[in-house]
Design a protein around this ligand. Structure first.
Ligand code: SF4
Length: 391
């Protein structure tokens, strides 16, 4: 069906298969999809008129029936350690954050998949923002497109080239709660006509939605990271409330299945935020090593980055080292994440964006506010009634 001018599709939302269908729908050959992707993702061109190998008639047709819409970049922050953070304004007035972390041999871009998050992990600043909506595939891909564009611009100014080698879905949101859009975005990231990243260099990070891990296994081959943060259900129930629905044993089974399927999926990365006096004891480390014994794993210890209003504190460095030593002594592969970009609040777990909260939490708070205004009236009546017998 030919798209109407009123409902122009944003071509950033479509992977190669989707674009081929779009071109067929407007009466063109499906191979035009790869030509368009070449312009958009390899040349960084968004203006149909500049796509000179498409022919004048097709360019006019594209302008009439489609658009290449990107969010607006509102703020760029540059950390003294080279980390970059961009605030991107999404349709509807919300904003999400995207962070680039340069290292000696690689550059990792941490992208967001939702405006806010519904999952309420107690140590996470995004959770405090509530939830507004899922991002579209185009809005997810746009973060990579923008970052690459901004880094190229910066390289032209400074002569210092910085390349995105890895993309991790570890920004705002739970990507598996936005499954279709996140996996369409992944398809564009991996496509040679898209960003051409290797499967091992794209990581989906989940807090553990078990059925969606199985679905992901059927859909794509990217690396999987799991926000674990606790070695037993009693503790994880408190830190990651989703654990009450999908407890650790079920989560570990899903991860075993994820690795069993394809030989190129070799390890699961376990994210473990180090919270002082909460999940960082010797016993916790021993228990963690034990539950992961039969799963090829990398454990990523993340020193907690405090944010306003949180009661959690970062584990001291000596404690983190001791925790790591216990794991290593039990044969685990362990890395401790260096804190990057904390002078611009870009460190892990600090992303907040701007979220017009539409979650049930917001409705609850709205109800509390209403009750707070009604309550004094009710109380006054009760007090008068109570006062009468004593009068
Ligand atoms: S840690 Fe991830 S899944 Fe949990 S609330 Fe934060 S963004 Fe959502």
């Amino acid at each position: 069906m030919m798209p109407t001018a009123a409902s122009k599709p944003n071509l950033f939302d479509l992977d190669r298969a989707g674009l081929a269908r779009f071109f067929t729908d407007i009466g063109e050959k499906p191979y035009r999809a790869t030509q368009l992707m070449g312009w958009v993702y390899h040349e960084g061109v968004r203006d149909f008129e500049a796509m000179t190998n498409l022919g004048k008639g097709l360019r006019a047709k594209l302008a009439e029936h489609a658009e290449l819409q990107l969010p607006e970049m509102q703020v760029e922050q540059r950390s003294k350690d080279g980390t970059r953070k961009w605030l991107l304004k999404m349709a509807g007035g919300n904003a999400v954050e995207t962070v680039f972390i340069p290292e000696a041999k690689r550059g990792t871009l941490c992208i967001s998949s939702q405006v806010g998050c519904t999952l309420d992990c107690t140590f996470c600043s995004t959770a405090q923002q509530g939830f507004n909506r899922n991002l579209t595939a185009g809005e997810i891909v746009a973060q990579v497109w923008y970052a690459r564009h901004m880094l190229a611009k910066e390289a032209a100014e400074t002569g210092r080239e910085r390349i995105i080698t890895n993309v991790v879905f570890m920004g705002m949101g739970e990507p598996l709660s936005n499954f279709d859009q996140a996996t369409t975005a992944v398809s564009i990231l991996l496509d040679d006509f898209g960003f051409g990243l290797s499967k091992r260099r794209v990581t989906i990070s989940t807090s553990g939605i078990v059925p969606r891990i199985d679905e992901l296994r059927e859909t794509t081959d990217v690396a999987l990271a799991v926000s674990l943060h606790a070695p037993n259900d009693a503790l994880r129930d408190q830190l990651v409330p989703l654990n009450k629905k999908y407890p650790i044993a079920e989560l570990l089974d899903a991860c075993r299945r994820y690795l069993a399927d394809k030989s190129q999926r070799t390890t699961i990365t376990w994210e473990y935020v180090m919270l002082d006096g909460v999940n960082d004891s010797d016993a916790n480390a021993r228990e963690l090593a034990k539950i992961l014994t039969d799963i090829p794993s990398k454990i990523n210890l993340i020193p907690f980055n405090p944010f306003p209003g949180t009661a959690f504190k970062r584990s001291p460095n000596a404690r983190i080292q001791r925790f790591a030593d216990i794991l290593v002594a039990r044969g685990c592969m362990v890395t401790t994440r260096r804190t990057r970009g904390d002078d611009i609040d870009a460190a892990c777990g600090q992303l907040v964006g701007r979220v017009d909260d539409r979650s049930r939490r917001a409705q609850r708070m709205e109800k509390h506010r209403e009750e707070a205004t009604i309550m004094p009236l009710k109380k006054m009546r009760v007090n008068r009634a109570q006062a009468t017998p004593h009068a």
